[in-house]
Design a protein around this ligand. Structure first.
Ligand SMILES: [Zn+2]
Length: 413
């Protein structure tokens, strides 16, 4: 079939990573490519929730009791709760924020001059401000960093990713911007609308593989190996960020909402170093190690959510945001290969009309080839003959972590 004979559905759904063919999707009306609804206004009478999700007032994925964690406990069960903690007032909190980029000397001088008419009550020196901030019980202060000196290119700094996820899930600022269950949005004519992450096929398919009532926490990692962050003199590191797909995309995309948490500073290799890929995988594996051990048939993790309920959460690696060099390293394929399908290197800049679609990469096949020591077969499809750590992550397909990226795939080509 020539490429121009393919329907929009074929082109979009077969080639977009993470999106299985429409026939795999339950309760979905086929989309009519001739008459796309560009306004995409959801019609709630046509919209469906997943059958595993039992509707509970103010809850999405099944709720199992009230949240008892720091955030909701303070908000819901204490009239004395101070939203500006550790500061006494909004004014003090704002002033502290304005000092965040300043030096200690600058802050001390500013406080001595009293340019705000000496209204600040919570602190009167840079040291006092630092002490207040260190007392913040949000889990993500300076002491949340773990140091690991066992990596070959230097010290790896990382955070407990489960704590970061719990922080995001229970953060009151995101209370009305969280999704816990898959929905199938439809317009007034029953045509499917894709919007937030929970409207996509990945969430529906994954929900089917988890116990009833489970709440998926889709883990989205972001890294940029070509961007070196300079900090404290001549030290360098590759930053690794994390967010969760439960937070709606408009919030995730707004830097000042702080939905993207720095979870790892991976040591950079020195000039001319070898085995960079392996060192990177080793460091990232350390940061994400908790994801390996999740039992998808078990009870999950009982985490607080910002709407005041606890849910049985299953954090799963769902997506990776990065440039082409990242794809190659994460997928452990040779440079010039596609990280998603087995298209030959030379044909990478466009599927040919003779064979428009190529086999999707399959970690199970590669794993068997590696066990059989069939190195040639792996090299033929551009896969390194080593065990990729991401093959072990539950319900994760490392070759489908990549999502369409307007900047790199459309604008830059
Ligand atoms: Zn491809």
């Amino acid at each position: 079939m020539a490429i121009d004979k393919l329907s929009i559905n074929d082109l979009l759904l077969d080639n977009v990573p993470g999106a299985p063919p429409p026939e795999d999707t339950p309760n979905v009306e086929p989309i009519d490519p001739q008459h796309p609804d560009l306004t995409c206004t959801p019609d709630l009478t046509k919209t469906k929730a997943h059958r595993h999700v039992v509707a509970v007032e103010n809850a999405g994925g099944n709720a199992y009791g009230k949240a008892t964690g720091l955030f909701n406990k303070h908000r819901k069960y204490s009239e004395q709760w101070n939203p500006w903690h550790p500061f006494r007032s909004a004014h003090d909190s704002q002033q502290a924020q304005s000092f965040s980029q300043q030096t200690k000397t600058w802050i001390d001088q500013d406080l001595r001059r009293g340019l705000d008419n000496f209204k600040i009550e919570s602190f009167h020196s840079a040291d006092a401000l630092r002490k207040l901030l260190s007392e913040l019980d949000l889990w993500l202060g300076n002491d949340s960093w773990i140091e690991d000196d066992s990596h070959i290119f230097g010290t790896l700094y990382y955070r407990d990713i489960f704590k970061c996820m719990q922080f995001l899930l229970a953060h009151l600022s995101f209370q009305v911007h969280l999704d816990f269950e898959p929905v199938c949005l439809a317009d007034s004519e029953g045509r499917r609308i894709y919007s937030q992450m929970n409207t996509g096929d990945w969430w529906w398919d994954t929900q089917d593989q988890l116990p009833t009532g489970a709440t998926i926490v889709p883990v989205i990692c972001a890294s940029d190996m070509t961007h070196l962050t300079n900090f404290s003199g001549d030290q360098h590191a590759w930053p690794l960020y994390l967010t969760i797909g439960n937070i709606q995309k408009d919030i995730c995309h707004t830097p000042e909402k702080c939905a993207l948490i720095l979870v790892g500073l991976i040591p950079c290799p020195p000039q001319g170093a070898k085995n960079i890929d392996q060192a990177w995988h080793s460091a990232v594996g350390t940061v994400l190690s908790q994801l390996w051990h999740l039992h998808i048939t078990g009870p999950g993790l009982k985490w607080d959510c910002a709407d005041g309920f606890q849910r049985q959460c299953y954090p799963l690696l769902a997506a990776w945001v990065g440039d082409y060099p990242e794809r190659v390293i994460v997928a452990q394929v040779s440079y010039g290969s596609c990280a998603m399908c087995e298209i030959p290197k030379g044909a990478l800049m466009g599927h040919s009309t003779v064979r428009p679609l190529y086999n999707s990469r399959d970690q199970h096949i590669y794993s068997e080839l590696l066990e059989d020591n069939n190195i040639d077969a792996l090299h033929t499809v551009g896969v390194h003959a080593i065990r990729n750590q991401f093959w072990q992550y539950p319900l994760c397909n490392v070759y489908r972590l990549w999502q369409p990226d307007e900047l790199h795939q459309l604008l830059l080509g």
